[in-house]
Design a binder for this molecule. Structure first.
Ligand code: ADP
Length: 464
């Protein structure tokens, strides 16, 4: 509590208010005291001048004093005077209890709590006039009391107002705190309620909420990813276990063992593919999959992919045709081959016997655009936006493909790592098209320069 921001703010403001009131009070009292003393000096000086004018030399060192009536009245009250001849002989003293001796120096002085003014006439007569400063002291004391009472009230008021204001100002921080704690306790759906977005704390809350959103979706993704990964691995692992149990159950003939081994190999290959895909994505997520860039000719890249896909295409009676310009791009040959290969293998897998796969290339806006289209089963519009998600597989296509739903996620990552884009369009029953756009290297190697550009020769082939 003592360390809370609210308490510290209030303590600070109360201390500042008290200091200001105290300094102000001291300054005002001092100025007031100086003014009162100044007024007393003026009054005493005027009376001293009246006395010097009222002195009449009679003979030798003898003087007559004829004070005006008002001055006499004045000195009948508390003020007093003393008059000394040039030889220090007393001429007159109004109140011997107050005036005991002739002053040593002329001018104003504070003497035993009283104010005194001494003047000397041209004839050498010294006149001292004085009065008590009790009234001035009382006036300053009551002013000081007044300021002190304000000085006490001001910090109390400042604490009260500060408590209310700080409470209101810090309420959003309390809300942020509560939400952050709820998040830390596992409530990922908790969000900071925002009343006003234009305030500084409102903007902080907006930024935190969007960070919470991202964290939530990352956690969701992670959960889904883990669940999907274990689901994908469970089936082949179960197959392996059941098949080996069966084979080891009792002695069998050679054909039965062979069939069992084939089943085991298929399951092992599937596990291997899933693990490989997971490893690639995990390394991609951890930024541990650096690209090794080199100039690549688009037609050669596609040729290599088609060469690898040819046996599967032949098996499925799918015809592959390519028309790709000899354009050069900068990229990681291995990764780009993997990306294009995923698209081509999908186009073959999700095709129908006698179907076609076309790989068309063109240069558009300084980018190499590769269109991989097929005449296959197509993807329904509700599934199309999700096919690039990890482990996403269209239910109706299960069994047609061999993959675990990681291929397009990896492909998209590779293309984007090259600064490119990947889009898809599809029609159920008619086929799909996946379009890869890769920026063309703007500074190609000198020997490759002739191959770059719109006029590059086109390499057209059809394989079966
Ligand atoms: P998989 O390894 O299972 O093929 P992908 O990530 O490559 O995973 O593809 C995800 C899903 O998208 C596939 O399971 C399939 O349902 C669908 N798909 C991808 N390419 C095609 C295509 N050319 N035609 C029809 N469906 C496709």
């Amino acid at each position: 509590m003592r360390d809370s921001l609210r308490v510290r703010l209030i303590a600070l403001s109360a201390a500042v208010v008290t200091t200001i009131v105290a300094m102000f009070g001291v300054a005002v009292c001092y100025v007031f005291w100086r003014t009162l003393v100044g007024q007393t000096d003026d009054e005493l000086r005027m009376r001293a001048v009246t006395i010097t004018r009222s002195l009449q030399p009679v003979s030798g060192d003898t003087f007559d004093l004829n004070l005006p009536d008002d001055t006499q009245e004045y000195f009948q009250q508390e003020p007093y005077y003393g008059i000394w001849a040039p030889d220090h002989r007393v001429i007159d003293i109004s109140d011997p209890a107050q005036v005991t001796s002739m002053p040593d120096v002329l001018g104003a002085r504070l003497h035993e709590g009283r104010r005194e003014i001494s003047v000397r006439t041209p004839a050498g007569v010294t006149v001292l006039v004085g009065r008590d400063l009790g009234d001035a002291r009382a006036a300053v004391r009551s002013l000081a009391m007044m300021i002190a009472s304000v000085g006490v009230a001001a910090p109390v008021l400042s604490v009260l107002c500060g408590w209310l204001l700080a409470g209101r100002a810090l309420a959003p921080i309390a809300r942020i705190n509560r939400t952050a704690r709820a998040m830390a306790d596992g409530d990922l759906a908790a969000r900071i309620p925002i009343d006003r977005t234009e305030t500084e704390l409102g903007q902080v809350a907006v930024a935190l909420n969007s960070a919470f959103d991202r964290m939530h979706s990352a956690m969701d993704q992670l959960r889904r990813f883990t669940a999907d990964a274990s689901h994908e691995l469970r089936t082949p692992v179960a197959t392996l276990s059941a098949e080996t149990e069966w084979a080891l159950g009792r002695p069998r003939d050679a054909d039965a063992y062979r069939d069992s081994l084939v089943t085991c190999r298929t399951a092992a290959l599937r596990i291997g593919r899933v693990v490989q895909g997971l490893l690639t994505l995990a390394r991609a997520d951890a930024d541990e999959l650096p690209l090794t860039l080199a100039p690549i000719r688009a037609d050669q890249l596609v040729d290599d992919v088609v060469t690898l896909a040819r046996p599967i295409a032949a098996q499925r009676q799918v015809q592959i045709s390519t028309s790709v310009p000899s354009v050069e791009v900068m990229g990681d040959p291995e990764r780009l081959q993997e990306a294009i290969s995923n698209l081509v293998i999908n186009a073959v897998h999700f095709n129908r016997p006698g179907g076609r796969v076309t790989i068309d290339g063109a240069t558009e806006n300084e980018a190499l655009v590769l269109r991989v289209s097929d005449t296959g089963i197509g993807i329904a519009s509700e599934h199309l936006p999700h096919v690039f998600e990890r482990f996403y597989r269209v239910e109706s296509s299960r069994g047609a493909g061999q993959g675990a739903g990681l291929g397009l996620a990896i492909t998209k990552w590779i293309v984007e790592q090259h600064g490119g884009t990947l889009h898809s369009s599809s029609e159920v029953g008619r086929g799909s098209e996946f379009v890869v756009a890769l920026p063309i290297d703007r500074h190609p190697a000198p020997q490759a320069q002739a191959l770059t550009g719109l006029d590059a020769p086109r390499n057209t082939k059809t394989v079966r």
